[in-house]
Write a protein that binds this ligand. Structure first.
Ligand code: NI
Length: 171
């Protein structure tokens, strides 16, 4: 595993749509492991392959153990993820490892059902709510070339953070 550089929001790569993964290869599994290590090094709570410059539909999400959510402290790898059901709406602050130093209030579904393939290529389907649901929606947006900045209803929803304020809430 190795830490790779994270692409920032001025890169056109982050605005492109990622390709469906057709085959689970050792190279893809290495990419997933590197995504996890890179995310943990920041630290962040999620990372999408395009943030490492790879336009493949793959994400990783890992909430800190102290979060009161099921699956906290355990990495979730998802290949070709899709939201098949979404309910509720909530506006909360979120940040992005590709947009360092900023947080913004974004409206997201409070509960989602997600389908995809796990690290071994087996189909998975699960329900997520709250913070986990938010991070999943944020990462899946990355696969469609969308950043949380695009979902702000006004620029007043964006806040600049002091440089020393690096947070695990980045995704
Ligand atoms: Ni992000």
């Amino acid at each position: 595993m190795s830490v790779r550089p994270i692409i920032k929001s001025d890169s056109p790569t982050l605005r492109m749509r990622s390709k469906e993964v057709k085959e689970i290869t050792p190279a893809l599994q290495r990419l997933l492991d590197d995504m996890l290590e890179t995310m943990r090094a920041e630290p962040g709570v999620g990372l999408a392959a395009p943030q490492l410059g790879v336009l493949q539909r793959a994400i990783v999400v890992e909430l800190p153990r102290e979060e009161e959510e099921p699956l906290s402290g355990c990495p979730i790898f998802l290949i070709n993820p899709a939201i098949v059901e979404a309910n509720g709406e909530e506006e909360r602050a979120e940040g992005c490892l590709s947009v360092p130093g900023y947080m913004g209030d974004v409206v997201r579904a409070t509960q989602v059902t997600v389908e995809g393939l796990n690290r071994r290529g087996r189909p998975v389907r699960f329900k997520a709510q709250g913070f986990l649901a938010r991070v999943l929606q944020h990462e899946i947006d990355h696969l469609d070339g969308m950043l949380f900045l695009d979902r702000l209803t006004s620029l007043a929803k964006l806040r600049k953070l002091p440089p020393e304020d690096g947070g695990w809430e980045y995704a």
